[in-house]
Each structure stands twice: as structure tokens, then as C-alpha cells.
Design a protein. Structure first.
Length: 80
């Protein structure tokens, strides 16, 4: 997973999720991964700092590791 972020001029953070077709060719599988990523962000949203636009990009990932990877990425980007 990768994260790209920029500061925004809003009073809240915004997140976007992209899942590559390399992860899975089926749209249903990619949508499931996006839902799991959204849920992982929702669980730690109250801990995020500042107002940031972030794009989380999944190129290859296991569904069981999504929450851990999302939190680790946000910590490395100093958003938590």
C-alpha cells in the first residue's frame, strides 16, 4: 500500500481509496478491499491530526492485513 497526502483548507481530513486491477480483476473483490480500507480509516479517524487530503493506494494486499497497513501508513506519514 502507498499513501499520498497534501494539506487542505478544510476543517477536516478527506480520504480517497484506489485499488489496482493487479490486486484482483473482479470489481467485487476490489470494492470489498475499498470497504475494508474505509472501515480501517473510520476506526482511527478521531486520532488523525490536522486537515489533510490523503489517497490510499492498494497495489497488492491481503484482506487480513488491511487495517494494520492503513494504520502503519498513516503513522509513517505523521497523520496519526
Amino acid at each position: 500500500m502507498h499513501v499520498v497526502f497534501l494539506p487542505n483548507h478544510e476543517k477536516f481530513s478527506r480520504f480517497a481509496f484506489i485499488v489496482s486491477t493487479r490486486v484482483d480483476k473482479r470489481a467485487t473483490a476490489r470494492n470489498r478491499i475499498k470497504r475494508l480500507m474505509r472501515e480501517a480509516v473510520r476506526m482511527i479517524l478521531s486520532q488523525t491530526q490536522g486537515n489533510t487530503d490523503a489517497i490510499l493506494i492498494a497495489k497488492s494486499i491481503r484482506e487480513t492485513e488491511i487495517a494494520k497497513n492503513v494504520e502503519e501508513l498513516l503513522r509513517r506519514a505523521n497523520l496519526l
